[in-house]
Design a binder for this molecule. Structure first.
Ligand code: SAM
Length: 186
């Protein structure tokens, strides 16, 4: 792969000029989180080649970053790219499991932050919200990526309410204390 490109989720090459705002936006999201929360343990649902995982690992150096993904075989060398990228980051723990199954590994109210970036359909995002929200501490924060997708925005707004902030990479965040529409059993 040429140095200035990366593979997109659907296998396409993404030129560097599109990468920069994405990473800048995620870094801004991390700055917001660092300034407002004490992130010691977090989960990223959907890690792909680990670009965002490494941003989290660098930003929250004292935290454990649990990296959840199924890494389907049909996406050729994506898992290998992930493994190579996170290799030297001792604060990343890889969990190769579907999101819902992985959520069962965690105690309720044990995480400071969950970032949802797995399957982007309305029903999957809703399911991720419902499964992961109870795992976050009451003074923690939930967020994710791709708020410009209809399924993502719809599921977030219907089940949590509006994000307090959407960053330029379309990462969204909502502190648990500011959730306007807590799901029924939360
Ligand atoms: C958009 S990519 C993640 C991109 C990554 N966060 C980044 O910014 O570089 C979505 C990822 O979610 C994973 N995924 C999809 N459905 C999932 C599920 N049910 N459980 C876990 N991972 C899932 C896919 O394998 C894929 O790697």
């Amino acid at each position: 792969m040429p140095k200035n490109q990366r593979i997109g989720y659907r296998g396409q090459l993404i030129p560097k000029r599109y990468r920069i705002p994405l990473l800048k936006g995620l870094n801004e999201c991390c700055e917001y989180l660092s300034g407002n929360f004490n992130i010691k343990s977090m989960v990223e649902v959907g890690c792909y080649t680990g670009e965002s995982t490494v941003v989290f690992a660098n930003c929250f150096k004292e935290a454990t970053i649990y990296a959840v993904d199924i890494w389907r075989k049909k996406l050729s060398n994506v898992e290998e790219l992930f493994d190579a990228r996170v290799r030297w980051h001792t604060n990343i723990e890889k969990i190769k499991q579907p999101s819902v199954m992985a959520s069962k590994r965690f105690e309720d109210s044990s995480l400071d932050f969950v970032y949802i970036d797995g399957n982007h359909s309305y029903s999957s995002v809703r399911q991720d919200i419902l499964k992961w929200l109870p795992k976050i501490k009451k003074d923690g924060v939930i967020g994710g990526h791709d708020f410009h997708y209809e399924g993502v925005a719809g599921a977030v707004q219907a089940n949590l309410g509006p994000p307090v902030q959407v960053f330029q990479d379309t990462s969204w965040v909502i502190p648990c204390a500011k959730i306007l529409k807590p799901p029924r059993f939360y």
